[in-house]
Design a protein around this ligand. Structure first.
Ligand code: EPS
Length: 390
């Protein structure tokens, strides 16, 4: 299974093409739309989210509520395009239009792709960079991820997540009974956090940041349960599933770090307290007595829940101006005020769930075949039985 996304932030639409989805899987637009709604929500979002009402349209690969095995094309319209039609049009501009419409961007924002992308592609109008580097693209990635979540759910694998930290305020109570409890409680929280007292402080921190024209980042966690043992492989660097997940997380806009299980804490603890002891019983087969390694050993799933943390930096589009240099005059200036979210950490936790879901679904199909749902089901059931008795 693989995917590509295309689309500019203020262009007509976001497009996702996913190839390699098994045939005969039930799939409705609502399966995608519910993830899109989750991504649009969360405390701290800016005015753009009041304009967009993201809804997917299937343009190929789905017929009468089921996948056909053919590539699936998904599009989400950008409502805001109406206000940007001339600026973002694909036809050449007349000299007159050029004067009125183009609003060339020559002032790179610190922390954005603007300057590096402009130098790399030779764009004197940095709109050509920022339109594609905008986190609007995560809409398309959530389309791919929502499809992957459906694949996983078809085989009993569930994906959830929570926000662990926003603007330095940590959730002190991140325990949950099971994945359903985790999903239900985070869904009811405006910042997707389990700790009610931290939730309040996080919302206050977001209000403060907004008030000060600033932005704040945070830490989010994704949890996946029901994964079979042995997805990924130790035999080659590019088959290790944890490394693919890490790459996927790092590719989300504004993410600066990723941890598996206890992650960086592993550095300060002795091996006897880090590694998870192995046990066996008739019902569940092999299991670990703890899950410090976040469901991975040797680049393969252990069968324990997959647990990943990601770090999002504060969004770099600020109302509080930072210093930069105009590429035309080479003079310093204070970055201009742009519309922005003061915090997109809750939305980012949804995006992270989805990009990880894609890698895990891909790992599942790589291991158990990918043409037909019924055949994959048989392969998984047989493998689970075999692993339990091994
Ligand atoms: C973004 C800037 C804002 C965000 C946008 C990401 O958009 P605009 O420039 O239109 O105000 O709202 O996020 C989304 C549109 C979205 O769907 O998440 C940026 O610069 O990355």
């Amino acid at each position: 299974m693989r995917y590509l996304t295309a689309g500019e932030s203020h262009g007509p639409q976001q497009t996702t093409i996913v190839e390699g989805v098994p045939a005969n899987m039930e799939l409705l637009e609502e399966d995608i739309n519910k993830e899109l709604r989750r991504r649009q929500g969360g405390y701290g979002r800016g005015r753009r989210m009041q304009i967009e009402k993201d809804k997917v349209q299937f343009l190929s690969g789905v017929r009468h509520g089921k996948t056909t095995g053919a590539p699936i094309t998904m599009v989400v319209e950008n409502n805001d395009f109406k206000s940007w039609e001339q600026i973002m049009g694909s036809e050449p501009l007349t000299a007159e239009e050029e004067k009125n419409v183009k609003r060339k961007i020559s002032r790179p924002r610190p922390g954005h792709a603007d300057l590096n992308g402009a130098i790399k592609y030779g764009h004197r109008d940095m709109r050509n960079v920022l339109e594609r580097s905008s986190a609007r693209e995560t809409t398309a990635r959530v389309c791919a991820g929502a499809l992957a979540k459906k694949v996983l759910k078809t085989f009993g694998i569930e994906v959830g997540g929570q926000v662990l930290e926003i603007g330095g305020i940590k959730s002190e109570d991140h325990d949950y009974q099971d994945i359903h409890d985790l999903k239900e409680r985070t869904e009811a929280s405006p910042v997707r956090c389990l700790d009610k007292s931290a939730e309040e402080k996080m919302m206050q921190a977001i209000d403060d940041a907004k008030q000060n024209g600033d932005s704040i980042g945070g830490v989010v966690q994704t949890v996946i349960t029901g994964v079979p043992t042995g997805m990924g492989s130790h035999v080659q660097y590019d088959r290790k599933l944890d490394s693919k997940i890490a790459g996927a997380v790092m590719s989300i806009n504004a993410f600066k770090g990723v941890e598996v299980g206890i992650g960086f804490d592993a550095a300060s603890n002795p091996g006897s307290q880090v590694h998870d002891e192995i046990a066996w019983d008739k019902e569940q087969g092999y299991y670990r007595k703890s899950n410090n390694l976040g469901g991975f050993e040797g680049g393969m799933t252990t069968g324990m829940p997959v647990i990943i943390q990601g770090v999002m930096k504060p969004i770099p589009t600020l109302y509080k101006p930072l210093q930069s240099v105009d590429i035309e005059s080479k003079e310093p200036f204070n970055a201009s005020i742009e519309r922005s979210d003061s915090c997109a950490v809750p939305a980012a936790s949804v995006v992270m769930e989805n990009v990880i879901a894609f890698e895990v679904a891909k790992g599942l199909l790589d291991m158990f075949g990918s043409d037909r749902v019924d055949a994959i089901e048989q392969n998984i059931t047989e493998h689970v039985r075999w692993a339990r008795e091994f």
